[in-house]
Every structure is written in C-alpha cells, then in structure tokens.
Design a protein around this ligand. Structure first.
Ligand code: TXA
Ligand code: MG
Length: 384
C-alpha cells in the first residue's frame, strides 16, 4: 500500500497535515517520495540503516552507489560533516537552497554507512522546494534521498512517474506537482589542489560555479563519451544502420576513467527504442536530415520518434514528436526531458532522433543525459 498525498507547494509548512504525516513516516523508518526542485526523491532517515536499506530495496539500486543527504537548514551540517573550507562555504552561500550537491568529509558515524557506501565523504544538498524543506524540517533529521525511480528508469519529474515505478514499494508519495529544473543536481567536490571538480553536471552550470568562486579553478570530471557502465560495450553498440552509419566525430572514442562519483559507472536510462542525437549548426540542415532519416526508418518499418525544439516540431512527420523549448532554451528541454523519454517508450517508438543542444549553461547537463540515453550515439552533420 502506497499513500498518495497531494499538497500545494505554496501551502507547505511544517505544520501542514500532509507534511506532518509524511514526516511521521520518515521518523518511523519508512520511505517517502517527495518533490525537490530537480526531480522527485525517495527519502529515508539518513541515520537509520534499516530505513536506508529500504531505499535500496525499493529502487533495486546497487548498494555501492552512495546517496545524497538532504538538509533544510545549515545548522544540520554541524553534526554531519567536518570543518568546512572557504570555497565550500562560498558555494553554499551562492547556491543553497538549490541544485548543487557538495561532496564533503563526513563526520564518522553521522549517517548510516549505507548512505556513504563506506566512503570518507558524504554528498549533501539543500533542495530549493518548499515541500522538501518543510518535510525535512518536520522530520527533524537529515534525509537520504536518491531520485525516486526504479534503478535503470529515468528520474521522475511528476508524482505519476514515481507511482508507476514505486507504487506498492514505498510508504507514501507526496505529490507537489511537476518539478521545475527537471534534471538532477550538479555534484561537485573540492579537489586536493583547492579547485572544484564537477563529478556530475546538473542544475547549476559550470559557468555559474566559476562566477561564484572567481580565482578558483572549476573543472568537469572526464565523462565517458559512450556513457553507461562499460565503455567497451558502449563502443561496440555504435555501428549500425541508418543514423549510426553516418557516425561522425563528436561521439568520440570512449576513454577509460575511474569514476570519482560512483553513480557515474552505472548504465543510465536508455529508452527501449534506438536513440541517436543529431547536431547541425544550421536548423534547416538539421531539419531536412532528420526528416529524410525518419522517412527511411518508417519505410523500414520502424515506429519513429523525434525530440525537437518548438521551431521545427510541427514539421516533422515522425509517429511521435515531442516538442521541448525553443532554440536556445535549455531550461525548457531540461524540464521536460525525462517525461519525453518515458513518452517514447509508452508510444512504442523503436527509432528515435533527438536534436542536440548547445553545450553551454544547462545545455551541457542536458546533453550529458541525452548522450547517456543514446549510449554515445551523436551525429554531427557539420563534421561531414
Ligand atoms: O537532484 C538530485 O540530486 C536528486 C534529488 C532527489 O535530490 N537526487 C539524485 O540522487 O539524483 P541519485 O542518488 O540519483 O544520484 C546521486 C549521485 C550519484 O551519482 C552518486 O554516485 C553521487 O551522487 N554521490 C553520492 N555520494 C557521493 C560521494 N560521497 N562521493 C561522490 N559521489 C557521490
Ligand atoms: Mg538517480
């Protein structure tokens, strides 16, 4: 039995009956899904190993992938992490509450070892969502929460996604409406040289981080261009028919890196259909290439999908076209991306093309997720 409770985020405070009921479940060691500004999280008391175990069981998540601890107030950091450096404090000032997760030295025994997967660090963030903040405050404990999807599914941006994935497996879902950012938080760690290393791109862009800590080097951890658990397998999956036959640089040769963020080594969500990302500087070129490729795929019996910007969406003749944002509006693409991927599956699409985005600002994080969903298949028409 999973309780489904609705709440208007504008009415969320610690005394709200829905918040009270959800907080009581968390205190009793249960798992509760709740909205954050990025995606829905599946929360449990971070200090309660039984409760945290329940998260891994409900999601079917590998136990060596640590969880993010969510706090509602900076005072909760005291019991959680060791002394803080100047750069981390400046990043908190700039982005909390908000979609930035900081990997910090954990205070021994502060959270269950299941949360940190035995690492000497703990990932912490303060979500910018009134429901999340009220719930964490009412629970009175730091709340460990991964995204509230079954492992291997896209992160949920609506309560209905959570219900579909975890209905019957968690105590309650607090429905606060669709989330705003749509992709997960940026995970960053202070490097040994005093610089900031981004382990996972997300809701806070590299550019925004650099502006917040001028003079401090901010770098992105090398990402496997092929995405997924096994770079060799991702590369082997590249050759194929149609779109992939025209594979160009841009997908690049997979390189091996030991992932600093354990979650980066796991295969990410890929739609059931074969997804390829297509890039071209000229919209007309992009449009005509996709149009032609989709026609060929249809002639070959594929059920086709296109993920497009609004300027061109109406012109595509694919079986399923999802329009997300205008050219240059990465925010809108991020907000609807995971819902779109779920829709292609529901529609039974077997062959999907996605228009690429400029990789600046939030576009970098969206392209990171798209590349993973496409197992590294990116066609750059300008490189022909
Ligand atoms: O926006 C978000 O971050 C959402 C919402 C619910 O807050 N949460 C989320 O959690 O995306 P999850 O579990 O799906 O992703 C957590 C990421 C994983 O890649 C994990 O490996 C990394 O954070 N992580 C957690 N603890 C870490 C640590 N101590 N060191 C390095 N990476 C860590
Ligand atoms: Mg996740």
């Amino acid at each position: 039995m999973t309780e489904l409770w609705q709440i208007d985020p504008r009415e969320a405070d610690s005394r709200h009956p829905v918040i009270q009921a959800a907080a009581a479940l968390l205190r009793a060691g249960k798992q509760v899904a709740f909205p954050t500004e990025t995606v829905y999280g599946l929360g449990a008391d971070a200090g309660n190993t039984e409760a945290v175990d329940g998260i891994f069981r409900a999601k079917g998540r590998p136990s060596d992938n640590p969880l993010i601890v969510h706090i509602a107030d900076r005072s909760q950091l005291e019991g959680l992490v060791g002394p803080l450096d100047e750069t981390s404090l400046r990043l908190m000032d700039a982005f909390w509450p908000g979609p930035l997760t900081l990997v910090l030295p954990v205070r021994p025994g502060a959270v269950s070892e299941r949360v940190t997967a035995g690492l000497a660090t703990v990932a912490v963030r303060m979500p910018d969502h009134p429901v999340a903040l009220a719930l964490i405050a009412a629970a009175g404990c730091p709340v460990a929460a991964p995204s509230a999807n079954r492992s291997g599914r896209p992160s949920p941006t609506r309560a209905a996604h959570v219900l579909g994935d975890l209905g019957g497996r968690v105590a309650a879902i607090v429905d606060g409406g669709p989330t705003g950012v749509g992709i997960e938080s940026t995970v960053a760690e202070l490097a040994a040289d005093g610089g900031v290393q981004v382990l996972r791109p997300g809701g806070v862009s590299l550019e925004a981080l650099r502006r917040a800590v001028p003079g401090v080097p901010v770098t992105a951890a090398a990402e496997w261009p092929g995405g997924g658990a096994d770079p060799a397998a991702a590369a082997a999956a590249l050759p194929g028919e149609r779109a992939s036959a025209a594979l160009r640089p841009g997908a690049g040769a997979p390189e091996l890196h030991a992932p600093r963020s354990p979650g980066m080594k796991y295969a990410h969500y890929a739609p059931r259909g074969r997804l390829t990302v297509v890039r071209a500087a000229l919209p007309a070129r992009l449009m005509s290439w996709i149009d032609q490729d989709i026609s060929q795929a249809q002639a070959a019996g594929e059920r086709t999908g296109v993920l497009a910007r609004s300027e061109r969406a109406a012109l595509y003749r694919a079986d399923v076209v999802v329009s997300l944002g205008a050219d240059g509006d990465a925010q809108e693409v991020a907000r609807g991306l995971y819902d779109a991927l779920r829709r292609f599956d529901e529609a039974g699409a077997t062959y999907i093309l996605a228009e690429a985005l400029e990789e600046d600002g939030l576009g970098a994080a969206v392209m990171n997720r798209l590349r993973k969903a496409a197992a590294g298949r990116v066609i750059d028409l300008d490189a022909e």
